[in-house]
Design a protein around this ligand. Sequence first.
Ligand code: FES
Ligand SMILES: [Fe+2]
Length: 394
Amino acid sequence: MNAPVKPAKAERGQSSAKLRPTPSQLALAQAIRDGDARVTQATATVPASRYTDPSHFEAEKRALFDRLAQVLVPSALLPEPGMAVPHDATGRPLLITRDKSGKAHVFLNVCQHRGTRLVEGEEVQCASRLVCPYHAWTYQLDGRLLGLPRPETFPDLDKDDYHLKELPSCEAGGLIWFSPQRDADFALARTLGEDFSAFAMDQSFLFRRKTHEVRGNWKLIMDAFLESYHVTRLHADTIGPFFKDGITAGDNIGPHMRSAVGRLEEMDGIDLSDMEAMRRVVTFAYQLLPATIIVPSPDYVNVMVLMPRAHNLTLVEDFMLIPEAPATDKARDHWERSWALLDGGVFASEDFRAAELGQQGLESGAVEQITLGTLEGGIARFDETVQEFLRDAG
Ligand code: FES
Ligand SMILES: [Fe+2]
């Protein structure tokens, strides 16, 4: 909790100061230019059962998704005070609000009177208060019970005992995180927030969002964003040519991973400390535990939140963040094309499809383990991280 209060939109997004990369973003870009990028030296394997065994999935759910602080949505989904949105895709009935002071909250979307779902649907609503459809108990967006009809019929009720149930949350770098555990630690969310603020994600406009149903294990989707081996092949007809001969560097922020692909021949003479210039030649990607992928393209950012529902079924909510609301039809068309290229083309038709094909193949039992080359070391490191959490959870 203790999220920094978000400034009203009118105060955001108009800064003319140059965006600078964080020191660690700059170090990765320099490692590419200087030829110091980390390279994995050996092949590795991962047992196929880690993707296909329902009991292994249940253990991962307990060790990761029921325990860790995790990204829920971008801040830009609720740009103004007085907004609320139900959110069910994690498997919990959540309600995200931004109260009148600008603070974001994550509640269970459940009325405290008799346990009725409080807000229906899944669209963002502008509301100064939330009224239960059953008996009209009314809550403020900070979770306080404001009032109830016929209060004299509850003679000993103390309204302070009937706040909406709140989960720990944190807003940093344009992302709202939550934790299923009371003793949540959001220190890393704040550290990562500095990176995401360097991409101006905390000032951005949500252009589009879409939830994809992917018939594959959640780690097969993560894997597609943990290696560069497939990029010029699977994506040959879309973004592949843009990454031709790219050089990859990566590091860790706690258990989270950050990678960068640079086009060396275009990096000469570029001021890497100017974020805008750097983003034209270096493409970052973040693989956050348990299952969020952030891909900043040169002028927009995709945030993908993976929400596994079974060992072979994952919901992926893809959000596209752009610098500001499109002011003209031309601008809107430009962003529509980018959305169609990435969400519909690169992700849905290529990366997510590869994950579904992987699930089909692995479930046949034809291979007992997957084999990873030196360009796929990120997958082996991610698998090891997940294994550590499983061991810790006992
Ligand atoms: S259950 Fe919500 S007001 Fe009765
Ligand atoms: Fe890909």
